[in-house]
Design a protein around this ligand. Structure first.
Ligand code: NAG
Length: 335
């Protein structure tokens, strides 16, 4: 009996160690550095395949119409974060004016993980896998009538459990109220347009379907812009709210097709943390028009309330730990 319990305890110990071995924010494949030798951020470049392992290629398929519009980020085996505006459907357009509604029918979307090439042109990469979506939760304060709406964030529950590999793993969530300081160097990754549209000075959500989309994952280093500066008359003239982060300078920005994708910054321990979700901007890489991101730190209480994710250790490993302790005590008592 004692031997049986002890081996059961050992098995649980093994289970516990495999459950906690999956670290967040630590790519198995080292990303290209975004800093030049002089320490300054350099422009956009192709990412090393698999080096942003939390990056998701969101697939839309409704009524036979297949499209890729958006990126997203894996935060656990079950949950993905993207932008709310990725789920706005436009139809009955009269010129520029379209009828808008939210399409949160989960059967219309799939999460492609482990993908490097843009699926628009190419198929599924050998390392990639599609997961069906079970549920789409749009933030209640998101207002689709505004292209610069606050709360541009969405949670996607995956049907099943994402298997983590060397090219598929989660990003870390920031602590509640996290707000990266002005000047911090961070990185945006995605399949967005690589041609800056400097002339297009119109506030647009960064999701439009575009022929200029990149054929592979691109990364660009961006510096966080002071929120007050970003909200000033010369920049975005009062539309920047507390739940937004501005980042990027002229020529270095997120662009259409990057929407919903990650803005990651390294934390003190060297782990990549999801500080922002690509949201909107005027033009791309334009002067005094940085990219605007949903500030994930602001939404941590919302994320915790809507999902089973705790910013501390996952509930499952706490349960396993408790079982293990009880069993070890039991096996000790059988001596
Ligand atoms: C940006 O400016 C507007 C208008 O002055 C103001 O209402 C808003 O609170 C400001 N945002 C922040 C984050 O300070």
């Amino acid at each position: 009996m004692r031997i049986l319990l002890n081996s059961f305890g050992l098995a649980l110990l093994a289970l516990l160690s495999t459950a906690t071995v999956q670290q967040c924010g630590k790519p198995a494949i080292t990303p290209k550095t975004v800093l030049g030798s002089d320490g300054r951020v350099i422009g956009g470049q192709e990412a090393v395949p698999g080096s942003w392992p939390w990056l998701v290629h969101l697939q839309m398929d409704r009524d036979g119409e297949k499209r890729f519009d958006c990126g997203a980020s894996i935060i656990s085996g079950k949950w993905i974060i993207s932008a709310a505006h990725c789920f706005v459907r436009e139809d009955n357009c009269m010129g520029e004016l379209c009828h808008k509604r939210l399409d949160t029918d989960a059967s219309h979307y799939k999460a492609r993980v482990g993908q490097h090439r843009n699926s628009d042109g190419a198929g599924l990469d050998a390392t990639a896998r599609d997961y069906p979506i079970r549920r789409i939760i749009i933030h209640e304060l998101y207002n689709m009538a505004k292209s610069d709406s606050p709360a541009d964030i969405a949670l996607l529950e995956v049907d099943g459990l994402i298997s983590f590999t060397s090219v598929v793993s989660p990003v870390c969530l920031p602590t509640a109220r996290s707000d990266p300081p002005a000047g911090q160097s961070c990185v945006v990754a995605g399949w967005g347009e690589t041609i800056p549209q400097l002339a297009k000075l119109k506030s647009v959500p960064l999701s439009g379907h575009s022929k200029a989309s990149s054929t592979v994952v691109m990364q660009v280093g961006v510096d966080i812009v002071n929120r007050r500066t970003c909200n000033s008359t010369q920049y975005y003239n009062g539309v920047i709210s507390d739940d937004m982060i501005c980042a990027g300078t002229a020529g270095k920005d997120a662009c259409q097709g990057d929407s919903g994708g990650p803005l990651v910054c390294k934390d003190a321990a060297g782990a990549y943390t999801l500080e922002g979700v690509v949201s909107w901007g005027e033009g791309c890489g334009a002067y005094q028009k940085p990219g605007v991101f949903a500030r994930v730190g602001h939404f941590i209480p919302w994320i915790e309330a809507k999902s089973d994710i705790n910013s501390g250790s996952p509930a499952v490993s706490a349960t396993v730990q408790l079982c293990l302790t009880v069993l070890l005590i039991l096996s000790a008592l059988t001596f």
